[in-house]
Design a protein around this ligand. Structure first.
Ligand code: ADP
Ligand code: MG
Length: 239
């Protein structure tokens, strides 16, 4: 509506390709678990950043997204918060004895995966939310064992994930959310086919894609993994 349009204009948020819920102005306007709100406060996040204002309600609505916002604008929390909420909601219901992963985050580097997992642990503390890191440089057997013990989220690089999936049976059919972070960098590093291969191992998840820039190849990849992707861009330089 008109109010939403005005708000987006004021916040320099552009939405294209579909309808999304209005931006939120505080973390408390969402129906988040008390523990999650407390963790957000403890992390020192007083207010959502513009990308979080739009991407968090949008991701919670179930839409697949292609989000661009500059480096340092808080993109990680804009997908980690919805991922934690959806996982905790799902595990909170009975009949969830089989603990198969519910979400997967792919990033181009080991270092970035480590940072993302750290933020996920911080914001997911005290909730039914466990994480596994699947990157090179650490023993694969340990990573596999961790997944087999039951985790909600896997954070990994495409190469290492393909490697572990080729060698071991890991059930990914409950993965409902796939996040591709720094998708521009992922393509630059030549991970396109590996990302597509991992995508086909999942059963039509919601896809959340994040990047500082959206070159043409990113748009192409986005449309090949999902037909109804909504674009969110923050700031004039991204349009
Ligand atoms: P990006 O992925 O867009 O480059 P990050 O997700 O790495 O940005 O976030 C950049 C920094 O901002 C991190 O140190 C993060 O903890 C912090 N941050 C994220 N969201 C908020 C917020 N709502 N309020 C204050 N700091 C935040
Ligand atoms: Mg980032």
């Amino acid at each position: 509506d008109e109010h939403t349009e005005k708000l987006r204009k004021k916040l320099d948020i552009c939405v294209e390709g579909g309808f999304l819920p209005a931006p939120i102005l505080s973390f408390s306007s969402l129906n988040l678990h008390l523990k999650l709100v407390q963790n957000i406060e403890a992390a020192g996040y007083e207010m959502p950043t513009p990308v979080q204002m739009q991407a968090i309600p949008a991701a919670l609505s179930g839409k697949s997204l292609l989000v661009s916002a500059e480096t340092g604008s808080g993109k990680t929390a804009s997908y980690i918060i919805p991922v934690i909420k959806k996982c905790a909601d799902c595990r909170g219901t009975p009949n969830q004895s089989l603990k198969k992963p519910l979400a997967m985050v792919l990033t181009p580097t080991r270092e970035l995966c480590i940072q993302v997992e750290e933020q996920a642990k911080l914001l997911g503390k005290g909730l039914p939310f466990k994480t596994a890191l699947v990157v090179g440089g650490d023993a694969m057997a340990k990573q596999l064992y961790r997944i087999q013990q039951g985790v909600e989220l896997i954070v990994g690089t495409p190469g290492r994930l393909i490697d572990i999936l080729t060698k071991h049976e890991i059930e990914l059919d409950d993965v409902r959310i796939l996040v591709l972070d720094e998708i521009d960098c992922m393509l630059e590093k030549g991970f396109r086919d590996q990302v597509l291969q991992l995508f086909t191992a999942l059963s039509q998840p919601q896809v959340l894609m994040f990047s500082a820039t959206i070159p043409e190849e990113v748009k192409k990849l986005a449309s090949s993994v999902t037909k109804d992707v909504v674009r969110i861009s923050i700031g004039m330089q991204n349009r």
